[in-house]
Ligand binder design. Structure first.
Ligand code: DQA
Length: 153
């Protein structure tokens, strides 16, 4: 593994978040995933962090990225989207990563349907941010800038 001078944070996005901007804008806002990515890159630059950003609709792909982050990243910001409420496998992968995890939701899931109130991810997250729209990603990156222990080499 190469020596890194900056902390590295991976931002993972789950299913249907590729549709942001057109998907239920009253719930999720008008910003596209590309807008959110640009914001994350901008914030990360100011925090002197390296950021890698991913989105997949496939549970196994998200798990494979979490396994890779386990070896390469210092922290994870994840919006698992609907897998939040269903995926023991993603929660297990996050737990196995032993990394500081920030769970982000654009909407306030607690104001919504009851099935969205349960999260398999929250018990393994250092912090949970919801209802702040895309600012939640920024807050997550800022949290990890303070609290992620950088891996050496
Ligand atoms: C979401 C909330 C989830 O309940 C939903 O399935 C999503 C997006 C959010 O960002 O508010 O797809 O994670």
């Amino acid at each position: 593994m190469s020596n890194r001078t900056k902390p590295s944070v991976w931002v993972l996005n789950g299913p249907n978040l590729n549709l942001l901007g057109t998907r239920e804008p009253a719930v999720y806002g008008a910003q596209t995933l590309a807008d959110i990515e640009a914001k994350c890159r901008n914030v990360a630059q100011g925090l002197e962090m390296d950021v890698r950003i991913f989105q997949s609709n496939a549970e196994h792909q998200l798990i494979d990225w979490i396994h890779a982050a386990r070896l390469e990243a210092d922290g994870i910001v994840i919006n698992p989207a609907a897998y939040t409420h269903t995926s023991v496998a993603i929660a297990d992968a996050l737990r196995a990563s032993d990394l500081p995890i920030v769970e982000v939701h654009l909407s306030n899931v607690h104001q919504r349907e009851v099935f969205r109130h349960r999260s398999y991810v929250s018990p393994v997250a250092k912090c949970v941010i919801c209802g702040c729209g895309s600012d939640g990603y920024e807050y997550g990156l800022r949290y990890l800038a303070k609290h992620a222990a950088r891996r050496e080499g």
